[in-house]
Design a protein. Structure first.
Length: 131
């Protein structure tokens, strides 16, 4: 199944060239509409980058906190670093979540979003008329 075409059909829109379809559960075989979200390519890249940074540092932090030889100050630094990375990832996740709301709006499931703001990002100020 071509998930891009499926997304276009289900949401009654044309995917702009600056956008990609993200599989929310990371399973590219799961093309259920609730697992797909259209994101600007830059945001899609940012999401995966922040997720990788957060996950990778999580593993490092586990090792640092297990070692009693490292000392309190280094562990405090590691915790602060983890907190900063987690915050950046969560901020990016919330940014992506607005596009999930847009998808739900296009599916007729939600009316609680700023459609004009999202469509301006997706299609530009002079966007063509979308259904």
């Amino acid at each position: 199944m071509n998930y891009r075409k499926y997304y276009e059909e289900m949401c009654n829109l044309k995917i702009p060239s600056n956008c990609e379809i993200h599989h929310i559960d990371f399973n590219r075989q799961n093309n259920n509409i609730n697992n797909l979200v259209m994101l600007p390519a830059t945001l899609h890249t940012k999401y995966h980058t922040k997720l990788s940074e957060y996950k990778g540092f999580n593993l490092e932090l586990d090792e640092q906190l297990k070692s009693p030889l490292i000392g309190y100050n280094y562990n405090e630094f590691a915790l602060n670093e983890w907190t900063m990375r987690a915050k950046k990832f969560v901020e990016t996740w919330y940014e992506c979540e607005s596009y999930v709301c847009y998808r739900d709006y296009k599916l007729g499931l939600s009316h609680l979003i700023d459609v004009e703001q999202i469509e301006e990002v997706l299609y530009g100020k002079n966007k063509s008329t979308q259904n």
